[in-house]
Write a protein that binds this ligand. Structure first.
Ligand SMILES: NC(=O)c1ccc[n+]([C@@H]2O[C@H](COP(=O)([O-])OP(=O)(O)OC[C@H]3O[C@@H](n4cnc5c(N)ncnc54)[C@H](OP(=O)(O)O)[C@@H]3O)[C@@H](O)[C@H]2O)c1
Length: 330
């Protein structure tokens, strides 16, 4: 492709990012996937050939539904051994059967792991350390948008425990496995909803003011992205690349259940779970060198702020990080 072609591609891609509705919908995915696949057509992405993940081991949390199940299927299709981490093993077994129907030769196992519960996370990690030779990638996909404020087994607000604290404990606990991989990667499935929020350093557990599940969700998705540099440093000894991404608006059981109005209204333009999972799979599988600490969407790094008032200082981020570090201490 010529230089002018690259420039046009990049302009079209950025324009989609700033026009939220088309960009996040299936329209955005359809347009972008043409751009990134280049002039040779849909099969010319050398990163994602069949077998791109042969010999790799990948674990996905919240793997029994929606984007997590789609990502597990795609990863298995690329040859990875997939560990589906789920809080309900019956649902997990049914999801595993679906993955195996798509890829009968795949190596797929189900492990119980409620990511919001540090004890459950630690016992899941113990089993993984015994069963697996290494871990090439860990995908923090499990997510919740609760109707009312709840707390985890250790007394942390549910979205904070599920999106931030539990994933850090899990990653800490499987570090010996990540350390044995050639290019270990940790991927957080965040959300475009994080663009609406700043860091609420003074109230990370959302104890003050009227609790709204959608706000708690977006605040903790913002935390995932804001803490990327701290997490990259925490796991840098093992050369772990840490990334966050957002999948766009995706038609999943979670959206239908938690946001029924939005689901009804946007139904026709929502992405499929496969489309939503595409960048997760790409971040795990791409042979390209990835810079750590970035926020991705549709296979490209994206800005971390669009709205005035959501920026925070390094001091605020460090204060949140101090809170998080003390909360996840064993
Ligand atoms: N769909 C979208 O438009 C959209 C947009 C932006 C970001 N996301 C993010 O994408 C991720 C997947 O969401 P989805 O839309 O695919 O929703 P989903 O269909 O509800 O899937 C969420 C998964 O997370 C699991 N989960 C929730 N809490 C858990 C816990 N404590 N421990 C272990 N697993 C837990 C759920 O398990 P159960 O089945 O047992 O409940 C389920 O498997 C989430 O992080 C979400 O925030 C989605």
């Amino acid at each position: 492709m010529t230089e002018a072609g690259h420039a046009l591609r990049s302009m079209a891609d950025s324009a989609l990012d700033r026009t939220v509705v088309p960009g996040y919908s299936r329209v955005g995915y359809a347009l972008r996937s043409r751009l990134w696949r280049g002039a040779e057509g849909p099969n010319d992405d050398p990163d994602l050939d069949d077998g791109a993940l042969a010999g790799a081991v990948v674990a996905v949390t919240g793997a029994n539904s929606g984007i997590g199940k789609a990502a597990s299927t795609q990863l298995a299709g690329l040859g990875a051994q997939v560990v589906m981490l789920v809080r309900d093993t019956n649902k997990g077994a049914a999801a595993r059967d679906e993955v195996l129907r798509a890829h009968p030769q795949a190596d797929v196992r189900v492990e119980r792991c409620d990511v919001s519960d540090f004890d459950d996370v630690r016992s899941a990690a113990r089993r993984l350390r015994t069963a697996l030779p290494k871990l090439d990638a860990l995908v923090h996909n499990a997510g919740v948008l609760p109707a009312s404020r709840g707390e985890s087994a250790q007394g942390h607000e549910t979205t904070l425990a599920t999106h931030v604290l539990g994933p850090i404990v899990l990653t800490d606990e499987v570090r010996p496995l990540l350390a044995r991989a050639e290019r270990p990667r940790v991927v957080f499935v965040s959300s475009g909803g994080m663009y609406t929020q700043k860091l609420h350093v003074e109230d990370p557990e959302y104890r003050r003011g009227r609790y709204r599940g959608a706000t708690a969700y977006a605040r903790t998705k913002r935390m995932q992205v804001a803490l990327l540099p701290c997490l990259a440093e925490r796991w840098s000894g093992d050369e772990v690349t840490v990334a966050a991404m957002h999948p766009g608006w995706v038609d999943t059981p979670g959206v239908a259940r938690s946001l029924p109005g939005f689901h009804r209204l946007a139904g026709a333009i929502l992405r499929s779970p496969d489309q939503g999972a595409d960048t997760v799979t790409w971040l795990v599988a791409t042979g390209r060198e990835l810079s750590g600490g970035l926020f991705w969407h549709d296979r490209a790094p994206r800005p971390q702020h669009y709205l005035p008032g959501t920026c925070y200082s390094a001091d605020e981020r460090d204060a949140l990080w101090r809170y998080v570090r003390s909360a996840v201490q064993a």
